[in-house]
Design a protein around this ligand. Structure first.
Ligand code: NAI
Length: 325
Protein backbone atom coordinates (compact mmCIF):
# COMPACT_ATOMS: atom_id res chain seq x y z
CA UNK A 1 0.00 0.00 0.00
CA UNK A 2 1.33 3.44 -0.92
CA UNK A 3 2.01 6.06 1.77
CA UNK A 4 -0.94 8.47 1.95
CA UNK A 5 -0.51 11.98 0.55
CA UNK A 6 -1.45 14.67 3.06
CA UNK A 7 -3.90 17.09 1.45
CA UNK A 8 -4.84 20.29 3.31
CA UNK A 9 -7.99 22.22 2.46
CA UNK A 10 -8.79 25.63 3.94
CA UNK A 11 -12.35 26.97 3.93
CA UNK A 12 -13.32 23.33 4.35
CA UNK A 13 -16.81 24.15 5.65
CA UNK A 14 -17.64 26.21 2.57
CA UNK A 15 -19.50 25.40 -0.62
CA UNK A 16 -16.54 24.67 -2.93
CA UNK A 17 -15.11 22.32 -0.33
CA UNK A 18 -18.44 20.50 -0.17
CA UNK A 19 -17.92 19.53 -3.82
CA UNK A 20 -14.16 19.06 -3.61
CA UNK A 21 -13.56 16.91 -0.53
CA UNK A 22 -15.72 13.98 -1.57
CA UNK A 23 -14.06 13.83 -4.98
CA UNK A 24 -10.58 13.81 -3.42
CA UNK A 25 -11.70 11.00 -1.10
CA UNK A 26 -13.05 9.09 -4.10
CA UNK A 27 -9.70 9.23 -5.92
CA UNK A 28 -10.39 12.01 -8.41
CA UNK A 29 -7.15 13.79 -7.52
CA UNK A 30 -4.46 11.12 -7.56
CA UNK A 31 -6.33 8.16 -9.04
CA UNK A 32 -7.65 4.92 -7.56
CA UNK A 33 -4.37 3.63 -6.04
CA UNK A 34 -3.19 6.62 -4.01
CA UNK A 35 -4.52 6.99 -0.46
CA UNK A 36 -4.89 10.43 1.10
CA UNK A 37 -5.22 12.02 4.53
CA UNK A 38 -7.51 15.06 4.49
CA UNK A 39 -6.56 17.94 6.78
CA UNK A 40 -9.38 20.44 7.08
CA UNK A 41 -9.17 24.05 8.23
CA UNK A 42 -11.92 26.54 8.90
CA UNK A 43 -12.58 29.29 11.40
CA UNK A 44 -13.85 28.38 14.91
CA UNK A 45 -17.42 29.53 14.17
CA UNK A 46 -17.62 26.92 11.38
CA UNK A 47 -16.59 24.09 13.70
CA UNK A 48 -20.00 22.36 13.79
CA UNK A 49 -20.37 22.46 10.01
CA UNK A 50 -16.88 21.06 9.62
CA UNK A 51 -17.72 18.29 12.07
CA UNK A 52 -20.74 17.44 9.92
CA UNK A 53 -18.62 17.39 6.76
CA UNK A 54 -16.23 15.00 8.53
CA UNK A 55 -19.18 12.74 9.45
CA UNK A 56 -20.30 12.63 5.82
CA UNK A 57 -16.77 11.86 4.64
CA UNK A 58 -16.70 8.95 7.10
CA UNK A 59 -20.05 7.81 5.76
CA UNK A 60 -18.63 7.53 2.23
CA UNK A 61 -16.49 4.62 3.47
CA UNK A 62 -13.84 5.44 0.89
CA UNK A 63 -10.94 2.96 1.03
CA UNK A 64 -8.58 5.74 -0.16
CA UNK A 65 -9.34 8.03 2.75
CA UNK A 66 -6.82 7.07 5.43
CA UNK A 67 -7.62 9.84 7.87
CA UNK A 68 -9.42 13.12 8.49
CA UNK A 69 -7.93 15.82 10.71
CA UNK A 70 -9.91 18.94 11.56
CA UNK A 71 -8.56 22.14 13.11
CA UNK A 72 -8.86 25.91 13.19
CA UNK A 73 -5.08 26.24 13.54
CA UNK A 74 -3.29 26.60 10.17
CA UNK A 75 -0.01 25.20 11.58
CA UNK A 76 -1.75 21.91 12.47
CA UNK A 77 -3.45 21.59 9.13
CA UNK A 78 -0.41 22.47 7.00
CA UNK A 79 1.92 20.16 8.95
CA UNK A 80 3.54 17.88 6.37
CA UNK A 81 1.00 18.84 3.69
CA UNK A 82 2.06 18.04 0.12
CA UNK A 83 -1.01 19.49 -1.61
CA UNK A 84 -2.85 22.53 -0.27
CA UNK A 85 -6.12 23.91 -1.57
CA UNK A 86 -6.62 27.41 -0.15
CA UNK A 87 -10.34 28.02 -0.53
CA UNK A 88 -10.92 29.91 2.73
CA UNK A 89 -11.44 33.63 2.31
CA UNK A 90 -13.75 36.36 3.52
CA UNK A 91 -16.41 37.20 0.94
CA UNK A 92 -17.14 40.77 -0.09
CA UNK A 93 -19.75 42.15 2.33
CA UNK A 94 -22.31 44.93 1.75
CA UNK A 95 -20.64 48.32 1.32
CA UNK A 96 -17.18 46.73 1.22
CA UNK A 97 -14.75 48.36 -1.20
CA UNK A 98 -12.30 46.27 -3.20
CA UNK A 99 -9.54 47.76 -1.08
CA UNK A 100 -11.26 46.52 2.12
CA UNK A 101 -11.69 43.04 0.66
CA UNK A 102 -8.03 42.93 -0.31
CA UNK A 103 -7.02 44.07 3.16
CA UNK A 104 -9.09 41.57 5.14
CA UNK A 105 -7.94 38.68 2.96
CA UNK A 106 -4.38 39.92 2.99
CA UNK A 107 -4.32 39.41 6.74
CA UNK A 108 -5.59 35.83 6.35
CA UNK A 109 -3.10 34.93 3.61
CA UNK A 110 -0.08 36.47 5.30
CA UNK A 111 -0.77 34.47 8.48
CA UNK A 112 -1.41 31.28 6.51
CA UNK A 113 1.70 31.92 4.37
CA UNK A 114 3.78 32.00 7.56
CA UNK A 115 2.13 28.77 8.76
CA UNK A 116 2.90 27.08 5.43
CA UNK A 117 6.49 28.25 5.72
CA UNK A 118 6.76 26.66 9.14
CA UNK A 119 4.92 23.43 8.64
CA UNK A 120 4.33 22.29 5.04
CA UNK A 121 6.43 19.78 3.12
CA UNK A 122 9.23 21.53 1.16
CA UNK A 123 7.77 19.91 -1.97
CA UNK A 124 4.26 21.25 -1.34
CA UNK A 125 2.06 22.39 -4.21
CA UNK A 126 -0.28 25.18 -3.15
CA UNK A 127 -3.34 26.34 -5.06
CA UNK A 128 -5.03 29.57 -3.96
CA UNK A 129 -8.70 29.73 -4.95
CA UNK A 130 -10.05 32.26 -2.42
CA UNK A 131 -10.46 35.69 -3.97
CA UNK A 132 -8.75 37.93 -4.90
CA UNK A 133 -6.86 34.73 -5.75
CA UNK A 134 -3.78 36.06 -7.56
CA UNK A 135 -2.92 38.66 -4.93
CA UNK A 136 -3.77 36.33 -2.04
CA UNK A 137 -1.32 33.83 -3.55
CA UNK A 138 1.32 36.55 -3.85
CA UNK A 139 0.89 37.48 -0.19
CA UNK A 140 1.08 33.86 0.98
CA UNK A 141 4.17 33.27 -1.15
CA UNK A 142 5.98 36.36 0.12
CA UNK A 143 5.28 35.30 3.69
CA UNK A 144 6.84 31.90 3.11
CA UNK A 145 10.50 32.61 2.30
CA UNK A 146 11.46 29.02 3.15
CA UNK A 147 9.36 27.66 0.27
CA UNK A 148 10.31 28.08 -3.38
CA UNK A 149 8.06 30.56 -5.21
CA UNK A 150 7.22 27.65 -7.56
CA UNK A 151 5.31 26.02 -4.70
CA UNK A 152 2.55 28.64 -5.13
CA UNK A 153 -0.14 29.16 -7.72
CA UNK A 154 -3.58 30.71 -8.08
CA UNK A 155 -6.55 29.34 -9.96
CA UNK A 156 -7.52 30.45 -13.45
CA UNK A 157 -8.35 26.91 -14.53
CA UNK A 158 -12.06 27.60 -14.12
CA UNK A 159 -11.74 30.48 -16.60
CA UNK A 160 -9.73 28.16 -18.87
CA UNK A 161 -12.43 25.48 -18.69
CA UNK A 162 -15.17 28.05 -19.25
CA UNK A 163 -13.35 29.24 -22.38
CA UNK A 164 -13.02 25.69 -23.72
CA UNK A 165 -16.68 24.93 -22.99
CA UNK A 166 -17.90 28.09 -24.70
CA UNK A 167 -15.73 27.58 -27.78
CA UNK A 168 -16.80 23.95 -28.10
CA UNK A 169 -20.49 24.89 -27.89
CA UNK A 170 -20.02 27.63 -30.49
CA UNK A 171 -18.18 25.33 -32.90
CA UNK A 172 -20.53 22.39 -32.31
CA UNK A 173 -17.66 20.10 -31.35
CA UNK A 174 -16.52 18.20 -28.27
CA UNK A 175 -14.28 19.87 -25.68
CA UNK A 176 -11.69 17.18 -26.44
CA UNK A 177 -11.35 18.69 -29.95
CA UNK A 178 -9.99 21.94 -28.46
CA UNK A 179 -6.39 22.71 -27.51
CA UNK A 180 -4.13 25.62 -26.60
CA UNK A 181 -6.66 28.01 -25.12
CA UNK A 182 -4.94 30.48 -22.77
CA UNK A 183 -6.06 32.71 -19.93
CA UNK A 184 -3.63 35.53 -19.20
CA UNK A 185 -3.48 37.71 -16.09
CA UNK A 186 -5.82 38.15 -13.17
CA UNK A 187 -8.74 35.95 -12.13
CA UNK A 188 -11.04 38.95 -12.52
CA UNK A 189 -12.96 40.58 -15.35
CA UNK A 190 -9.64 42.06 -16.59
CA UNK A 191 -8.37 38.58 -17.53
CA UNK A 192 -7.57 37.95 -21.18
CA UNK A 193 -9.04 34.75 -22.67
CA UNK A 194 -6.84 34.27 -25.74
CA UNK A 195 -7.81 32.19 -28.78
CA UNK A 196 -4.94 33.31 -31.05
CA UNK A 197 -3.08 30.03 -30.51
CA UNK A 198 -6.13 27.83 -29.95
CA UNK A 199 -6.88 24.87 -32.18
CA UNK A 200 -10.25 23.32 -32.98
CA UNK A 201 -9.83 19.84 -34.46
CA UNK A 202 -6.18 20.72 -35.10
CA UNK A 203 -6.92 23.88 -37.11
CA UNK A 204 -6.61 27.50 -35.87
CA UNK A 205 -9.71 28.46 -33.91
CA UNK A 206 -9.75 32.03 -35.19
CA UNK A 207 -10.07 30.76 -38.78
CA UNK A 208 -13.25 28.99 -37.72
CA UNK A 209 -15.09 31.67 -35.76
CA UNK A 210 -16.22 35.17 -36.63
CA UNK A 211 -13.64 37.66 -35.28
CA UNK A 212 -16.50 39.89 -34.05
CA UNK A 213 -17.90 36.96 -32.03
CA UNK A 214 -14.46 36.40 -30.50
CA UNK A 215 -14.02 40.03 -29.41
CA UNK A 216 -17.59 41.07 -28.60
CA UNK A 217 -19.05 37.85 -27.20
CA UNK A 218 -16.46 35.24 -26.34
CA UNK A 219 -14.07 37.44 -24.34
CA UNK A 220 -16.72 39.27 -22.24
CA UNK A 221 -18.72 36.06 -21.66
CA UNK A 222 -15.68 34.29 -20.19
CA UNK A 223 -14.67 37.38 -18.21
CA UNK A 224 -18.18 37.76 -16.74
CA UNK A 225 -19.09 34.09 -16.36
CA UNK A 226 -18.66 34.09 -12.58
CA UNK A 227 -21.05 37.04 -12.20
CA UNK A 228 -23.55 35.37 -14.58
CA UNK A 229 -23.60 32.21 -12.46
CA UNK A 230 -24.21 34.28 -9.32
CA UNK A 231 -27.03 36.21 -11.05
CA UNK A 232 -28.78 33.02 -12.18
CA UNK A 233 -27.97 30.46 -9.46
CA UNK A 234 -28.00 32.93 -6.60
CA UNK A 235 -24.65 31.60 -5.37
CA UNK A 236 -21.13 31.66 -6.77
CA UNK A 237 -19.73 28.79 -8.85
CA UNK A 238 -18.95 25.90 -6.55
CA UNK A 239 -19.05 22.50 -8.29
CA UNK A 240 -17.30 23.88 -11.37
CA UNK A 241 -14.75 25.66 -9.16
CA UNK A 242 -14.05 22.41 -7.28
CA UNK A 243 -13.74 20.59 -10.59
CA UNK A 244 -11.28 23.19 -11.88
CA UNK A 245 -9.26 23.00 -8.66
CA UNK A 246 -8.93 19.24 -9.15
CA UNK A 247 -7.98 19.72 -12.80
CA UNK A 248 -5.33 22.27 -11.78
CA UNK A 249 -3.74 20.02 -9.17
CA UNK A 250 -3.95 16.91 -11.34
CA UNK A 251 -2.16 18.72 -14.17
CA UNK A 252 0.48 19.93 -11.74
CA UNK A 253 1.11 16.52 -10.17
CA UNK A 254 0.62 14.33 -13.22
CA UNK A 255 1.58 16.58 -16.18
CA UNK A 256 -0.01 18.12 -19.26
CA UNK A 257 -0.38 16.46 -22.68
CA UNK A 258 2.65 16.95 -24.97
CA UNK A 259 0.87 19.11 -27.53
CA UNK A 260 -1.28 21.18 -25.16
CA UNK A 261 -1.03 23.43 -22.11
CA UNK A 262 -3.18 24.68 -19.23
CA UNK A 263 -3.63 28.10 -17.62
CA UNK A 264 -2.19 28.68 -14.15
CA UNK A 265 -1.39 31.86 -12.27
CA UNK A 266 2.24 31.53 -11.18
CA UNK A 267 5.02 33.92 -10.12
CA UNK A 268 6.13 35.79 -13.22
CA UNK A 269 9.77 35.34 -14.21
CA UNK A 270 9.49 38.31 -16.58
CA UNK A 271 8.14 36.20 -19.46
CA UNK A 272 6.19 38.26 -22.02
CA UNK A 273 7.41 41.43 -20.24
CA UNK A 274 5.16 40.84 -17.19
CA UNK A 275 6.51 42.38 -13.96
CA UNK A 276 8.62 39.82 -12.12
CA UNK A 277 7.04 38.22 -9.08
CA UNK A 278 3.41 39.05 -9.95
CA UNK A 279 1.10 36.03 -9.72
CA UNK A 280 0.00 36.17 -13.32
CA UNK A 281 -1.91 33.57 -15.31
CA UNK A 282 0.13 32.16 -18.18
CA UNK A 283 -0.17 29.16 -20.44
CA UNK A 284 1.97 26.55 -18.68
CA UNK A 285 3.13 23.03 -19.48
CA UNK A 286 3.96 20.53 -16.75
CA UNK A 287 6.54 17.77 -17.01
CA UNK A 288 7.96 15.61 -14.20
CA UNK A 289 5.93 17.59 -11.66
CA UNK A 290 7.44 20.97 -12.63
CA UNK A 291 5.63 23.66 -14.54
CA UNK A 292 7.19 26.00 -17.08
CA UNK A 293 5.65 29.03 -18.69
CA UNK A 294 5.15 28.33 -22.40
CA UNK A 295 7.61 30.60 -24.23
CA UNK A 296 7.72 32.51 -27.52
CA UNK A 297 4.03 32.69 -28.35
CA UNK A 298 3.63 35.57 -30.79
CA UNK A 299 1.44 38.35 -29.34
CA UNK A 300 -0.17 40.87 -31.67
CA UNK A 301 -0.98 44.47 -30.66
CA UNK A 302 -4.48 43.46 -29.48
CA UNK A 303 -3.10 40.75 -27.19
CA UNK A 304 -0.27 42.94 -25.88
CA UNK A 305 -2.77 45.63 -24.90
CA UNK A 306 -4.99 43.08 -23.09
CA UNK A 307 -1.99 41.73 -21.18
CA UNK A 308 -1.00 45.26 -20.19
CA UNK A 309 -4.49 46.01 -18.83
CA UNK A 310 -4.70 42.92 -16.63
CA UNK A 311 -1.08 43.39 -15.48
CA UNK A 312 -1.95 46.99 -14.49
CA UNK A 313 -4.77 45.72 -12.29
CA UNK A 314 -2.47 43.22 -10.57
CA UNK A 315 0.17 45.90 -10.03
CA UNK A 316 -2.49 48.08 -8.43
CA UNK A 317 -3.58 45.22 -6.15
CA UNK A 318 0.04 44.56 -5.23
CA UNK A 319 0.52 48.23 -4.33
CA UNK A 320 -2.50 48.08 -2.00
CA UNK A 321 -0.92 45.25 0.04
CA UNK A 322 2.71 46.35 -0.28
CA UNK A 323 3.10 46.53 3.51
CA UNK A 324 2.49 42.77 3.77
CA UNK A 325 4.83 41.49 1.07
P1 NAI B 1 -17.87 29.97 1.14
O1 NAI B 1 -18.15 31.32 1.71
O2 NAI B 1 -18.97 28.99 0.95
O3 NAI B 1 -16.72 29.26 1.99
C1 NAI B 1 -15.59 29.93 2.44
C2 NAI B 1 -15.16 29.26 3.72
O4 NAI B 1 -13.92 29.85 4.11
C3 NAI B 1 -16.14 29.44 4.87
O5 NAI B 1 -16.45 28.19 5.45
C4 NAI B 1 -15.38 30.34 5.84
O6 NAI B 1 -15.71 30.10 7.18
C5 NAI B 1 -13.95 29.95 5.52
N1 NAI B 1 -12.94 30.90 5.98
C6 NAI B 1 -13.05 32.24 6.09
N2 NAI B 1 -11.92 32.74 6.61
C7 NAI B 1 -11.10 31.68 6.85
C8 NAI B 1 -9.81 31.56 7.42
N3 NAI B 1 -9.13 32.62 7.86
N4 NAI B 1 -9.25 30.33 7.48
C9 NAI B 1 -9.93 29.25 7.06
N5 NAI B 1 -11.17 29.31 6.54
C10 NAI B 1 -11.74 30.51 6.43
O7 NAI B 1 -17.12 30.27 -0.25
P2 NAI B 1 -16.89 29.29 -1.49
O8 NAI B 1 -18.03 29.41 -2.42
O9 NAI B 1 -16.47 27.95 -1.00
O10 NAI B 1 -15.66 30.05 -2.19
C11 NAI B 1 -14.39 30.12 -1.57
C12 NAI B 1 -13.55 31.18 -2.24
O11 NAI B 1 -13.27 30.83 -3.58
C13 NAI B 1 -14.22 32.57 -2.31
O12 NAI B 1 -13.23 33.55 -2.02
C14 NAI B 1 -14.64 32.68 -3.77
O13 NAI B 1 -14.70 34.03 -4.19
C15 NAI B 1 -13.48 31.96 -4.43
N6 NAI B 1 -13.73 31.47 -5.78
C16 NAI B 1 -12.66 31.50 -6.65
C17 NAI B 1 -12.78 31.00 -7.92
C18 NAI B 1 -11.61 31.02 -8.86
O14 NAI B 1 -11.80 30.64 -10.03
N7 NAI B 1 -10.39 31.41 -8.46
C19 NAI B 1 -14.05 30.45 -8.40
C20 NAI B 1 -15.11 30.43 -7.41
C21 NAI B 1 -14.93 30.93 -6.15
Amino acid sequence: MKTPVHVAVTGAAGQIAYSLLFRIAAGDLFGPHQPVVLKLLDIPSAERVLEGVGMELDDCASPLLHGIEVSSDPSDVFDGAEAVFMLGATPRGPGMERRDLLQVNADIFSAQGRALDEAASRRVRILVVGNPANTNALIAQRNAPGLAPECFSAMTRLDHNRAIGLLARHCGCNVADIARVAIWGNHSPSQYPDLHHALVKGRPALEQVDPAWYVDEFIPTVQQRGASVIAIRGKSSAASAANAALDHMRSWFLGTPKDDWVSMAVASDGSYGIAEGLMFSFPVAVENGRFRIVQDLPLNAFSRERLRLTEAELLEERAMVSHLI
